[in-house]
Design a binder for this molecule. Structure first.
Ligand code: 2PG
Ligand code: MG
Length: 437
């Protein structure tokens, strides 16, 4: 009954209008599992390869090669296997392309297939995906604390500002539902402020407001004003989270903030960010330095790791070995988990568990190119991982993920929401904002 009968890849389209890979895994009794590969814009150099055809058709973005990987190479290796053996299915995929970056098959081919297997297994056992994940990996499910984008920047907004994500978290909320309500108020307050300044100009790739600001810091000031306009005291129920995505504006420890026409070395960037940590209620910061600047990441973590969450995204690329090395070197204290960065669910779980073992936090994350696929809402819940990053509070490829968490909350109950627990080791957990040093 749980034997895989067919694996089929088809081309579908993502939130940016680009082609992407969808995979159907069908079992002998007709049970279906389906998943779609997302796509990043600010990609880490050590990520699994997003295989594109190149050439002029569809701006080089077509995925026919990745579809051939699914239909001609991966499918024959999975047909006849027991769908409940996720580890075995992923090992079979990896054996077909043991290259470090999965550049033979394409990470887009492997991730959609691996997740479709997972979906088919949960359908076969007739359990919601979050519950299936919790059971096979022996986890206690919980509803995650979201990071939600208010302004998009960097590679998601034509580099209008240098910093990529200006987000809020609501660790003081009592339920996931309450996070949504408070986020709605802050998001639209931010839009009102932009409109009053004559600077409302639509939204960026992930649905956050398009960032027409004169400096990167002006976005932070506006975000604080929006939190206040929404009737909240910044740093109490609502805190700020940033994704600096520094690899996008720096190489080898030399950084350039184009908006401000400023060049800086790693030390100057760290000092500038430290100044922001003093001035604004920032509880979490991602990729504060570049993926090729380990000395900078170690220094940043030494100086600020006791007061804020420091997430490695491009820096750790959901890679178990990189997480273990970072923990040993004292770089980062949290990891972003993006299944398509490493290419299979099994390898993502390895990175997640390595992070947990090291005492790191974790944030399951979407990509800037997304679809209606809501697997990550189930993954964050099923792993009890604590946090979920999906983008903004508009556009259905984002809202589909938040809405799925609301449906899960109806089953698990509001008490399953983790609240501020993931930020317990930051100034927010110690209630020491304003006294952060
Ligand atoms: C990130 C993601 C999501 P992208 O950097 O964290 O915001 O962006 O998918 O473009 O890598
Ligand atoms: Mg990032």
């Amino acid at each position: 009954m749980t034997i895989i009968k067919s694996v089929y890849g088809r081309r579908v389209w993502d939130s940016r209008g680009n082609p992407t890979v969808e995979v159907d895994v069908i079992l002998e009794d007709g049970t279906l599992g389906r998943a779609i590969a997302p796509a990043g814009a600010s990609r880490g150099a050590r990520e699994a390869m997003d295989l594109r055809d190149g050439g002029s058709k569809l701006r080089g973005m077509d995925v026919q090669q990745a579809l051939r990987s699914v239909n001609e190479i991966i499918a024959p290796a999975l047909v006849g296997r027991d769908v409940l053996d996720q580890t075995g299915a992923d090992a079979a995929i990896i054996a077909l392309d043991p290259s470090a970056l999965k550049d033979q098959l394409g990470g887009n081919a492997t991730v959609a297939t691996s997740l479709a297997v997972l979906h088919a297994a949960s359908a076969a056992v007739k359990k919601p995906l979050w519950q299936h994940i919790a059971e096979i990996y022996g986890r206690m499910p919980s509803i995650p604390l979201p990071e939600i984008q208010i302004f998009g920047g960097g590679a998601h907004a034509g580099r209008r500002v240098d910093i990529q994500d200006f987000m809020i978290m609501v660790p003081g909320a009592n339920s996931f539902d309450e996070v949504m309500e408070i986020t709605n108020e802050v998001y639209f307050a931010a839009g009102d402020i932009m409109a009053q300044k004559g600077r409302l100009a639509g939204v960026a790739d992930e649905g956050g407001w398009w960032p027409i600001f004169d400096s990167n810091e002006e976005a932070l000031e506006t975000l604080v004003a929006a939190i206040e306009k929404a009737g909240e005291k910044p740093g109490e129920r609502v805190v700020i989270s940033l994704d600096i995505a520094a690899s996008e504006f720096g190489k080898n420890g030399n950084y350039r903030l184009a908006l401000e026409d400023r060049n800086m070395d790693s030390g100057a960037l760290i000092d500038m960010l430290g100044g922001w940590l003093d001035a604004y209620p920032i509880a979490s910061i991602e990729d504060p330095v570049g993926e090729d600047d380990p000395a900078g990441m170690i220094e940043f973590t030494r100086r600020f790791g006791k007061r804020v969450q420091i997430i490695g995204d491009d820096y750790l690329v959901t890679n178990k070995t990189l997480v273990e090395n970072a923990a040993q070197e004292g770089a980062c204290n949290a990891v972003l988990i993006k299944v398509n960065q490493v290419g299979t669910i099994s390898e993502s779980i390895d990175a997640f568990l390595a992070a947990e073992k090291a005492g790191f936090g974790s944030v399951v994350s979407a990509r800037s190119g997304e679809t209606e696929d809501v697997t990550i809402s189930h993954l964050a819940t099923g792993l009890g991982g604590g946090q979920l990053k999906v983008g903004s509070f508009t556009r259905s490829e984002r809202m589909a993920k938040w809405n799925e968490c609301l449906r899960i909350q109806d089953v698990l109950g509001k008490s399953a929401f983790v609240g501020g627990a993931p930020l317990a080791n930051t100034w927010w957990g110690r209630k020491t904002y304003g006294d952060k040093k």
